[in-house]
Design a binder for this molecule. Sequence first.
Ligand code: NAD
Length: 482
Amino acid sequence: MSDKMISTEPATGNQIWRGKVGNIDKVMERALAAKRDWARQSAAVRMEFMRRFANQVLKHAEPFAELIARETGKPLWEARTEVEAVKNKVEISIKAYAERTGQKKLDSALQGSSALRHKPHGLMAVLGPYNFPAHLPNGHIVPALIAGNVVVFKPSEKTPAVGEFLTKLFHEAEVPEGVIQCLHGGPDMGKALVAHEAVDGVLFTGSAPAGIAINKKLAGNPAKIVALEMGGNNPIVVIDTPKIEDAAVTIIQSAYTTAGQRCTAARRLIVLDSVYDEIVPAVKNLAERLIVDEPFAEPQPFMGTVIDNATAEMMMESQEALLAHGGEAILKMTRPKEDLPFLTPGIIETTAIEDRPDVELFGPLLQVIRVKDFDEAIAEANNTRYGLSASLVGGKPDDFEHFWSEARAGIVNWNRPTNGASSGAPFGGIGLSGNHRPAAYYAADYCAYPVASTEVEQPRASIGVGLKDAVKPTRKSKDAHK
Ligand code: NAD
């Protein structure tokens, strides 16, 4: 089997990167050699390294953004926001480390002092997706390094160039080479990494099928910590609102930003009968106006390509399947250039489909489901095995309170898009969306384990209960040694 890897720009089909599948044994050897020294550095020193990394990101911000735009096909303006998020992750993670996993001392007159400290797990494997090839793996890497772990990062095989660039920025910040390494390869390399005995933890962002495969693989190995950040089949529910245009914009942003390739993208628009005839045409009108173009086009497009031709093909087939099973096209998703993965936004009414497939369609295709009242809307929103994000548009504070308490998701928003989560909050889902180890602000939690200690400077102990009186030595026994 060939060990060559090639990455092409989705928007042009041109080759952007060429390399080789990595050598896992060498990478592991280097990581193990670096592990002890990195863990022994003080957290303050490691944080300083991360701040230097942030400076490198800033210094190379424009070429970094251009590379992300070229390798993913997303617009340059959006790639720039990804670079900004990579830089900002450092200060957010430093604060989170101190708040979530810092040291605590509790003095007690009787017990001496009790201390809570955290230790790194050791060697963490980070597996990244292609849709945010820098920001999402970085969201695991920075907290893991701050906590004192060494990291082996396997970028998506669809975005190896960005993965390599990101790793290089750590090295330019003088983080030792063995502390963070990039290991190229596809799912097979991911599997080898997950199963490798030197790996103490797996931090994964990607699809539910791959996450489940990792979970199964490690089911008999509780010693490895596993954080799974997976996909969604996210609902956006619209009830009565006077702000139809704003509601339509919120829906468009939810469904089509990043060409629908966000884990938090709205896949299902659930609309009350009472607003359907206003909302749906407004969404359609806006969707028709969205500019789809290559990343560097002027004027800047709203969205670029999906990641590759196979994904574009799969999205088109999924649309056909929905239509064949009783769906109605409100706006058909199209593929304007046959040999390149550009897709225009699609809207399919799927109310009439009896068993709507509960799968994540990772592209710019929105399903519309019409319901008669709010209770039916909530039941429909929860009609999924996933549980990443959910939004309510319209209504009053009581309505949102009701929606919030009933919605099964890790992110529940009101009059805001399903996507665009804050890095200052935990980020994760339930059901098939995650394994209760949310990332972002809570990433610190899975990067270190707590060690509780009680400490006194000299041994000082007595037995208060359950002890016989001490036997006093008799004269005879005293004399016995004379
Ligand atoms: P993917 O699951 O195909 O791949 C992710 C990574 O895992 C890649 O590096 C891949 O090589 C590796 N991999 C694949 N199968 C593996 C296996 N069996 N064992 C070990 N490693 C394996 O995901 P993708 O297509 O690159 O990314 C898109 C998916 O990621 C979508 O489902 C999206 O919803 C999800 N996602 C989730 C979040 C989140 O934070 N919840 C964020 C972004 C993307």
